[in-house]
Structure formats: C-alpha cells, structure tokens
Design a protein around this ligand. Sequence first.
Ligand code: NZQ
Ligand code: ZN
Length: 395
Amino acid sequence: MNNFIFTIPTTAYFGKGQINILGNTIKSHGGSKVLLAYGGGSIKANGIYDATVSQLNGAGISFVELNGIQPNPRIESVEEGIRIYRDNNCDFILGVGGGSTLDACKAIAAGVKYDGPVTDLFVDESGISSRITAVAPLATILTMAGTGSELDMGGVITVGEDHKKKVVLHPLLNPKFSILDPEYTYTVPEHHSMAGVADILCHLMEQYFTPDVAATVQDRMNEGVMKAVLEEAPKILADPQDYDARANIMWASSMALAGFQFVLGKPGFPFPLHGMGHELSSMYDMTHGVTLALLTPSWMRHTISTAPQQLPIFAQFARNVMGVSEKDDTIAAEAGIEALEAFYAAIKMPANLREAGVKEEDLEVMAEKAVENGNLGILTSIGKDEALQIMRMAF
Ligand code: NZQ
Ligand code: ZN
C-alpha cells in the first residue's frame, strides 16, 4: 500500500431534525450574511426551504438567494452566485439541494476569493485546482443522495457551448458542515433516487477496480458498502418513505467519497467511467448516475478481454459483492457482471445507450472528448479507440 494522509474536515449532522442546529452552527463559523443557494424549487414544495429560512431568521442571520441552479450545473449560475455574494457582502454560503447545487456552491466559494475568472479554478496539471488558496465558508443541506458532494472536496461544473464538464477539486472545498436528514430525500423522484444509487455504486467501484496493492482494509470495507447499497436500494423503490433505507443510502453516498477513503494507498485516480459518462451528460444532458449504469458492464467486459490478467479482481467482485459462488474465474466474473446488469434493470436504469436516446453517430466525438485530458486507463489503457469500443459495446 502507498503512503497517504487522511482527514475529513466536514462535520456531518446526520438524522431526523438535524436542521435544528443550522442557525447556531452557521454563527459559530462566523456567518452573519448568508448566500442561500438552491435549485429549481423542489425545496419550496417539500418544506425544506421554510425550515431553512426559519432557522436563519431564528438565529438573526440575514440572507440573499441564488435560485434556479440546474442539474449538471452551468458556469453561469456560479458566476451569478459570485456576483450576488460580493454585491451583498456575504460571509457564508449555504447550499440546499443535490449534488448540482452543492457543486455550484463549491465553485462560488472558491470564486469569491479569487481575483480572476472562476474558470481558472478547474483542476490543472497538478491534479487539483492549485490556484485555489482561499474559499468562503460553506455548509450544505443535502436533499438527494448520490454524488457524495456533501462530504468531499470536489465539484463538477458544465462550461461552454459544448457543455464540457470541468472539475474543481481542493481540500479547502470540503464543506464546514453538512446536514444529512434522510427524511429530506423522501420526495426525490424515483428516477433521480435510483440514478443516485447508480452513482454511489460507481464511486465505490471506481475505487475498487484498481491495481492490487494489498489495500485489503479499504477493499473489504468498500465491498461492505457496495453490498449495503444493493440491499437497501430496492427497499426505496418499494417504499420511498422507508426511513432506514433512505438513511443507509444517504450514508453510503457520503461514505463512498469521504476523504476518498477507499482509494487511499492505491495507485491511480482516473475514474474512467466518470470520464466517459460525463461526455454523455455533455452531449445529451443525461442524468449523471444513468450514464454510469449504462457504461459499467461494457467497461468491465472490455477490461477483461483486453487485460485478462485483471480477471481475478472481477471474479472477486462477483463472489464478494454479487453473491456468485462459481469457482472458475472467467465464469464467475461474467456471472457478476450479469448480476450487476440485473440490479441496474431492477432499479430501472435504461438497458443500453440506444434505449437512453444516444445516436450512434455521436459515439466517436464523445470518445474523443472523454480522453482529451489524457488516457483514462487504470486496469488497462483507455485512449480514444478503447473508449469508442466500450461505448459501442454499451450501445
Ligand atoms: O433542482 P431541484 O429543485 O433541487 O430538483 C432536483 C433535480 O431536479 C431534484 N431533487 C433533489 N432533491 C430533491 C429533488 N426533488 C424532490 N425532492 C428532493 N428532496 O433532483 C434533480 C437532480 O438533482 P441534482 O442535484 O442534479 O442530482 P445529483 O445529486 O445527482 O447531482 C448531479 C451532479 O453532481 C455531479 C454530477 O456530474 C452532476 O453534475 N457530481 C458531483 C460529484 C462531487 N461533487 O463529488 C461527484 C459525482 O461523481 C458527480 O460527477
Ligand atoms: Zn459520480
């Protein structure tokens, strides 16, 4: 295992009624004038907005609003947030929503402290957003489980005419605190709830399928969280107000990327499925988690066929996570992939790119863009040709 440093600077307030700490906790972090940011209005329909405002008012904290942050959030929302924050002399940012709102808030938090265009702050050659040297304090109220943004140091912003997805990534971007009330996710539409599940599972898999460096603790913990996700997600389908199922999926969302704990001490960090999936969102504005479910089985089969030496890790996944008991590695690995496909079908993900509305003639340009910042390989090389092969297999 390689050397690493591990800290999680975000405090998680988890469970029913945790909103009650909001006002005083913002104050304890020096917040007196808050930029309150949210998405398309679901928080007004389900009462989370009222609960938030009542906390702010109760603590004597004034606020201004940025609303209308869209799924796959646009840089224009970030720029508007920076303007509102500065024009109103805010000193704290509160994001209330899913990953899109939280990510936009992270970019705003960095942008308000940077003297230049916020587009300078995306990940550079160093592997993080090295131009970020200070950020405004940020807290989040999570309303949808999936991205892990509530406990991680990253954000994904859509930029430009071709809707390229760019990443801000810096340890300073971890929220000061996040409120995680599973009841707040009861109203998430089924499609987004299940896309969130697919996203969580993929975050775990992207950290699991790496070269073997005997990181046994990380991998066994990871397998446990994956199994919990497989067990709990169908309960939400059966009853969207199953508190314990919502709670477990929410905590899995947070744990999957908290401090990138399952990839600590392991080599490489290219997240190939995310690299390719983001291009589907850019081209079709497709829901993030859906893109990952569409590509994962093909990526697995492609990896096994081009790098047979990687077969054991897929057989291990099949046995330890998907419950396959087959002894032969080749048969076990394929059975594991088929079980994963059955799970995606059970949570109502589209079966292939064609069913998801993708046009075959777009595959080549998406494959090319997926690798424009470098090879996405982790277990085997993924340049343009391989990305295209994987997309064709998924079509
Ligand atoms: O806009 P609102 O009204 O909030 O509605 C949202 C949106 O329509 C709705 N929703 C959320 N909570 C709800 C609710 N509807 C009813 N009741 C609630 N309680 O759900 C829809 C989707 O929301 P969104 O925030 O877009 O979903 P998600 O959390 O999946 O975020 C996706 C974004 O996160 C990025 C993705 O690329 C994508 O842009 N990611 C961020 C990561 C990170 N920060 O670490 C990692 C991920 O891999 C991912 O890339
Ligand atoms: Zn993701």
